[in-house]
Design a protein around this ligand. Structure first.
Ligand code: L34
Length: 283
C-alpha cells in the first residue's frame, strides 16, 4: 500500500482552513506566517513556494521575504529581531540551508521561541527531549502522522532510523521512542547496515542519497518512510532515498517521493502556525 502524503496533507489543511475561519471570527485576524528565503537555490525556492501556496490555501496571511545570498548575518539577525517584536506576526521560518557566511545556529536561536514554527529553536528542541510541551518539528511530526494514517502499530515495534540530522533523524527517533517503539539510530555508513534495516518493522530513511535503500535492505512487510528529496542523476526527476519500485514489493506500506513526506512537512507547518497564533492571541 502506498501512503499518500498528498491526500493526508489535504485533509489536514482542510481542518486548518476551517480553524482559520473560526479563529478569525473569534480573534479578529488570521494567522500570519513569515518565511524568509536567502539566495536562490532552486530547491529552496520550490519548497518556499509550496509553503506560500499552502498558507494561501488555508487562509493565512503570509509573507515571503526574499533576500540576496550576499546579505550579512547582522542584517538577517536584525530582520528577525523586527519580526519577533511585530505583534502581527505569528510564525517565523528561515529556510535552510543558509549561505556559509551566515551561522544557521545563530539565526535559529534568534527567532523567538514563541514564533518558532519549525520547532528548531534550542529551547524547543530541549523541551522535546525533556517531554515538555513544545512545537514539534514539521517533518518528524508528518512522519508519525503518515504511520498513524496507514494504521501502522508503533508501540512495541522495531524502528530503524537512518540519518541523524537535527531536522529529521534525531527528532524522528525521539518521537518513535515516545510512542514506545524500540529505536535503532544509524547512518549511511553504519557497519552491515542491511542486516540492521532488514530487521526493522518501521524503516525511516533521511540521508539524501538517491536509491540508497535497495530491496535487499527491506524486511518482508516493513513500513518504509522515505524522507529523502533528491534529483535522480539519470532522469533529473525528484526522487527519494529508497528505490521505490523495488522496495514496494517487500514493504507493507511505503511513502512515495514526491507526494509523501514533503507535502506533510508543509501541512504540519500550517498546524504549527495555528499553535503559535493561538499562543499569541491569548497574550
Ligand atoms: N527552516 N528549512 C526550514 N524548515 C524546513 O522544514 C525545511 N525543510 C527541508 C529543507 N529546509 C528547511 C523543508 O521545508 C526540506 N523541506 C521540504 C519541504 C517541502 C518539500 C520538500 C522538502 C516538498 O514540498 N516536496 C514535494 C515536492 C516539491 C518539489 O517538486 O520540489 C514532495 O512532494 O515531496
Amino acid at each position: 500500500m502506498i501512503i499518500s502524503g498528498t491526500s493526508l496533507a489535504a485533509e489536514i489543511k482542510k481542518g486548518v482552513a476551517a480553524d482559520v475561519v473560526k479563529y478569525k471570527e473569534q480573534y479578529g485576524r488570521e494567522p500570519h506566517l513569515v518565511v524568509i528565503l536567502v539566495g536562490e537555490d532552486p530547491a529552496s525556492v520550490s519548497y518556499v513556494t509550496g509553503k506560500a501556496k499552502d498558507s494561501e490555501e488555508v487562509g493565512f496571511k503570509n509573507t515571503t521575504i526574499r533576500r540576496p545570498a550576499e546579505i550579512t548575518e547582522e542584517e538577517i539577525l536584525n530582520l528577525i529581531g523586527e519580526l519577533n517584536e511585530d505583534k502581527g506576526v505569528d510564525g517565523i521560518l528561515v529556510q535552510l540551508p543558509l549561505p556559509k557566511h551566515i551561522s544557521e545556529e545563530k539565526v535559529i536561536a534568534a527567532i523567538s521561541k514563541e514564533k518558532d514554527v519549525d520547532g528548531f529553536h534550542p529551547l524547543n528542541v530541549a523541551a522535546l527531549w525533556q517531554k515538555q510541551e513544545c512545537i514539534l518539528p514539521c517533518t518528524p511530526k508528518g512522519v508519525i502522522k503518515l504511520l498513524d494514517k496507514a494504521g501502522v502499530e508503533i508501540a512495541g515495534k522495531k524502528a530503524v532510523v537512518i540519518g541523524r540530522s537535527n531536522i529529521v533523524g534525531l527528532p524522528v527517533s525521539k518521537l518513535l521512542l515516545d510512542r514506545n517503539a524500540t529505536v535503532t539510530m544509524c547512518h549511511s555508513r553504519t557497519k552491515n547496515l542491511a542486516e540492521v534495516t532488514r530487521k526493522a518493522d518501521i524503516l525511516v530513511v533521511a540521508i539524501g542519497r538517491p536509491k540508497f535503500i535497495t530491496a535487499d535492505m527491506v524486511g518482508e512487510g516493513a513500513a518504509v518512510i522515505d524522507v529523502g528529496v533528491n534529483r535522480d542523476p539519470e532522469t533529473g526527476k525528484l526522487c527519494g532515498d529508497v528505490d521505490f519500485a523495488a522496495c514496494q514489493e517487500k514493504a507493507s506500506v511505503i511513502t512515495p517521493v514526491p507526494g509523501g513526506c514533503g507535502p506533510m512537512t508543509r501541512a504540519c507547518l500550517m498546524e504549527n502556525t495555528i499553535e503559535c497564533y493561538l499562543n499569541q492571541v491569548a497574550k
